[in-house]
Design a protein around this ligand. Structure first.
Ligand code: SF4
Ligand code: SF4
Length: 361
């Protein structure tokens, strides 16, 4: 397998190291050593040495959520996310992707989303139609909200309406490239999708990005891949925090005491942790999870639930248990994908709320 010297160095450093295996949400959910960063590195190193074929480790390669917990924890600065993404790209180039990943990739290329969806729900179509006129500000919803959690997408629109913002939402939104980047890394197809989305975004002064996964891609990965962004890209949470601060979005205490589930993309990639807390504090009393801010534990996503749904359920159950075990009864999330993942767990101990649920009451 062709692999950069940099990734090979990281792989060989991780393969016999146990230091971060206890913090991987996937490894903790499955209980399998093979799911941990170091075991993934060991498998890759065996491919690099010709002991096994790349196709034999591909299921394991797609178990990584890219949540970055291992990268943050590594005191020596090694990066399992980097080498895992490189292997995904190489597998795509060598035509060794698992069938279930090929299907998701094909869907991304054909319909702009991994789920192969083409139609929005009626309520969302209506809400979008009310914001069809061009303004300076684009609300970018992202494919998870548009196709897999349309009620949340409608609520995201309603919150900005409540604050009196003039904004545009596109009926035909270009994919950010986030899903392709997760599935096949820095492939030409990924960059082409990103460039097409950036071209649309550059037609606005400000782009408010609802989904933290898209926000990380647009605000961070675009720069790494040489995609030019001329607009001001802000996360939905940071935008709401400004609206609260200016008084446009008036706080109203709900009487609830909640903990905030930091999305890993906001807390670790973009180092944005306080903005969402400012919004939460305007509508509820804020408490903290045991592992919060940069130490957050990822709670699952919609994309990986397409191929390992049972693992996603276990991941979400464990995060809910984190809140329950310290006596918390309500959790607010700012990630639409984590919201769906947490809501999929059948339980009555911890109320799961989105930021929009909290604001709209
Ligand atoms: S990322 Fe760091 S702590 Fe984790 S396995 Fe690699 S070397 Fe060890
Ligand atoms: S990025 Fe997250 S899911 Fe992937 S190996 Fe590291 S801790 Fe595990």
């Amino acid at each position: 397998m062709i692999m950069s010297e940099k990734s090979k160095q990281h792989v060989d450093s991780c393969r016999f190291c146990w230091m971060c295996h206890h913090i991987c949400p996937i490894g903790n959910a499955t209980g399998h050593e093979r799911s941990t960063p170091r075991a993934r590195a060991l498998g890759i190193s065996m491919v690099n040495r010709g002991a096994i074929d790349l196709s034999e480790i591909m299921d394991n390669i797609y178990e990584c959520a890219g949540c970055g917990a291992c990268v943050r924890d590594c005191v020596t600065g090694w990066d399992p996310v980097m080498f895992t993404k490189e292997v995904r790209l190489q597998a795509a180039l060598e035509d060794k992707l698992p069938t279930y990943i090929n299907t998701l990739v094909d869907n991304c290329l054909e319909s702009g989303n991994a789920y192969g969806k083409t139609a929005l729900c009626d309520k969302l179509s209506e809400a979008i139609a009310a914001h069809a006129d061009k303004t300076d500000t684009l609300l970018y919803l992202g494919v998870d909200a548009r196709y897999m959690a349309c009620e949340q997408a409608v609520k995201a629109i309603k919150v900005l309406e409540k604050a009196g913002v003039k904004f545009t939402v596109l009926a035909d939104e270009a994919a950010s490239g986030n899903q392709l980047d997760f599935l096949i890394g820095a492939a030409e197809e990924t960059k082409e999708q990103m460039a097409a989305a950036a071209k649309v975004m550059n037609g606005y002064k400000t782009v408010v990005i609802y989904d933290p996964a898209d926000a990380k891609t647009v605000k961070q990965t675009y720069g790494e891949y040489g995609i030019e962004l001329e607009c001001k890209a802000v996360t939905y949470t940071a935008y709401l925090a400004e609206l609260v601060k200016s008084g446009a979005l008036k706080g109203e205490k709900s009487g609830k005491t909640v903990v905030f589930q930091d999305p890993c993309q906001l807390a670790r990639d973009l180092e944005e942790t306080e903005e969402a807390r400012e919004v939460v504090k305007a509508f509820a009393d804020l408490d903290e999870m045991l592992l919060n801010r940069g130490e957050t534990v990822w709670a699952g996503n919609i994309l990986m639930a397409q191929y390992i749904p049972d693992v996603m359920k276990l991941v979400a159950e464990r995060r809910i248990f984190n809140a329950k075990s310290i006596g918390k009864t309500a959790m607010v999330t700012a990630s639409v994908s984590e919201y769906v993942s947490l809501k999929n767990v059948e339980q009555n101990d911890v109320e799961i709320l989105s930021l929009e649920d909290l604001i709209l009451g």
